[in-house]
Design a protein around this ligand. Structure first.
Ligand code: DCP
Ligand code: MG
Length: 487
């Protein structure tokens, strides 16, 4: 534990949804849900306005539609999110050589390694300046936590949400953590929380009071001892720049054991995509693909496959992960799945798979999103013969009306709203899907693209006082991945 709160955790607010609101002026201040829009799709994220209605990440989109029928339901635009992420990660790298990205929108930064004075006032000033810089460069808000340990910095940024900054001065952590639910601690998912609840342990203070021996008795040696240290606020894990990391992995624990083989496969594909996002956020590629499977009886095994060369190709990593899954018997039920890549290399090293064009990458990601959405796979027919499919949210250009985005389509018609990130809310027009004047477009930059805009007057998300919503008790249950993937 450091004597000063020099570990910074940044997490962008409602990331995909805020990016969509920044890009689409007519959606600012309105409920927006980004995710799979097909019948079996799941929610990637919801704007804070949609969260008021109970919409959450990982919830089936069909359920979200029932809770919040008036929200805009949009397909993800990964190209845009990756561009914004690169800008944000660039600002973090300017603060310190030690930046550890956890996903496209989240990272730890070791400010001490960046030469910031180890004092609360100095780190707070750096955090506030960072938030302003992110806002100016991307038009989006991010929340910052500052503490003497990674776990605490992450809890702090969660408390700061949305659009805030919270410092946990070293020495105050036990008092602060005490009343919080034990679910707040990394590694405590629904199953662990249930075991603790039966032993009468609900809060972090009760966890600390139970003592190490009791926790080891309840949860086993490694987990029990680890949890005891976390409950005391003890977390010595260093911030590891991903260029120094040996592997990158993501995993999810499920509330109910998965027995359906198709579902297990879908989850592995989803984890493979998330793993690729993290690899790319770190600018790395890797050679060995690993899957991890924990069975209903807690037996855990890993299987790995080493490729000919390092890759960050989602298709290659997905295929390897699914091949590895074929080697595992999951009939008894699966508690946890993980996908990782090790043998990491920088992009500058020989990369046998790196000759992918950006176009192909975009296609892969679109297909991945579509599969998650439960839509039929992309047709094999060549471009000209293919019926044009206009997914809600995608960019288009019209010969006469200019840049816009698809608001909806069906029955041979497509509705387009013509607006840009720097315009006023735009008008809607309807066309035949085959209209030759309408073509697919590219994401436009969120800031700096148009005539002078006042970034401070038009936030993509509402200030905290307006948009803060009470957490529903069912909240955590909606994201089975919470316990590990948010570590
Ligand atoms: N994401 C996803 N599937 C999930 C969780 C998240 O695809 N189950 C994507 C969409 C999110 C992004 O990752 O926008 C970042 O995840 P966060 O958990 O940080 O969630 P948000 O940034 O959306 O909201 P918050 O303000 O709570 O951080
Ligand atoms: Mg976020």
């Amino acid at each position: 534990m450091r004597p000063a709160p020099t570990i910074l955790h940044l997490d962008m607010d409602a990331f995909y949804a805020s990016a969509e609101q920044a890009a689409k002026p007519s959606l600012r201040g309105k409920p927006v849900v980004v995710g799979g829009i097909g019948p079996r799709g799941v929610v990637a994220t919801a704007s804070y306005e949609a969260r008021v209605f109970g919409v959450r990440s990982a919830m089936p989109t069909a359920q979200a539609r029932r809770l919040c029928p008036n929200a805009a339901y949009l397909s993800p635009r990964f190209t845009l999110y990756r561009q914004v992420s690169e800008t944000v990660m660039g600002l973090l790298h300017a603060l310190s050589p030690l930046v550890e990205p956890l996903s496209l929108d989240e990272a730890f930064v070791d400010l001490e390694a960046g030469g910031v004075a180890p004092e609360t006032a100095a780190v707070r000033a750096v955090g506030e300046q960072l938030r302003r810089d992110i806002r100016a460069a991307t038009g989006l808000t991010g929340s910052v936590g500052l503490a003497g340990a990674k776990m605490l910095a992450k809890i702090a940024s969660e408390q700061a949400k949305p659009d805030g900054l919270v410092v946990i001065p070293p020495g105050t952590e036990r008092e602060l953590l005490g009343p919080m639910s034990v679910r707040t601690l990394p590694g405590v998912g629904p199953a662990t929380a249930e075991t603790l609840r039966r032993a009468g342990i609900h809060t972090i203070a009760e966890t600390a009071e139970a003592g190490e021996a009791e926790l080891v008795r309840l949860l086993g040696k490694a987990h029990g001892a680890g949890l005891y240290a976390m409950a005391l606020g003890q977390d010595d894990r260093p911030v590891v720049a991903e260029r120094d990391a040996k592997s990158i992995s993501v995993e999810d624990t499920f509330e109910v054991d998965l027995t359906d083989r198709t579902r297990v496969r879908t989850e592995v594909l989803r984890l493979a995509d998330r793993c690729v996002q993290r690899l790319r956020a770190a600018g790395r590629s890797g050679r060995t693909v690993v899957i991890k499977v924990r069975n209903y009886d807690f037996s855990t095994l890993t299987r790995s496959e080493t490729l000919r060369g390092p890759t960050d190709d989602p298709a290659v990593i997905r295929e390897a992960a699914v091949r590895l899954l074929e080697l595992v018997d999951t009939t008894g039920g699966v508690r946890l799945l993980g996908v990782g890549v090790s043998g990491l290399a920088d992009f500058t090293q020989e990369d046998l798979f790196a000759q992918l064009t950006t176009e192909r990458e975009a296609e892969e990601l679109a297909r991945a999103a579509e599969e998650r959405a439960g839509a039929e796979p992309a047709e094999e027919a060549p471009e000209e013969e293919r019926p044009r499919r206009w997914h809600p949210g995608v960019d288009v250009i019209h010969d006469e009306y200019g840049a816009g985005w698809v608001q909806g389509s069906g029955l041979g018609r497509v509705t387009v709203r013509f607006e840009t990130p720097w315009s006023a809310p735009g008008r809607v027009r309807t066309f035949a899907v085959e209209d030759p004047a309408l073509r697919p477009g590219e994401p436009l930059p969120l800031v700096g693209g148009g005539p002078a805009v006042d970034q401070s007057s038009d936030p993509a998300i509402l200030p905290k006082s307006v948009s803060e919503v009470p957490e529903s008790p069912g909240d955590a249950a909606s994201d089975p991945g919470e316990e590990i993937s948010r570590r």
